[in-house]
Design a protein. Sequence first.
Length: 170
Amino acid sequence: MLNKILFACVSVGLLVSAASAEADMKIGFVNGQRVINESPQAMKAKKKIEKEFEKRDQDLQKMAKQLQGMQEDLEKNSSVMAESARHAKEREFNDLNRDFQRKQREFREDLNLRQNEEMAAIYENVNKIIKKVAESEKFDLIVQEAVYFSPKIDITDRVIKALGDGSNSK
């Protein structure tokens, strides 16, 4: 019985000392999505990718217009066409449509791959900056995802500013 009381007292003492140690912790929050959306590196990467994929996007848009024109022509003139000519036009339309869908799928896959490559490099840089801010300002814990956070612990603006300062020195 005495051991249980002693154990309870020691446990309460440990909890109280842990709580007081926690009260001295410096905690920060970083809104990762906002950092990615507003960082100079992400904006630069987005423009780079847009430029890289611009020609393919334009080609796909031309193909889509061509398909639309073919479809309208078929709908409008199929009743007055010879059956063999209609079948040939439908086959041509279907072949072009398959080619369009394949190119569109490849475009999306390539675009996603490039975006993921660029974002991985940006995330790595963001994490380095967060660590530098944490070390220089003596944070004990930085959290990037939270259900709730107080605005007084939000250091997102400082991280974005540090990213901007870092991008100018490169």
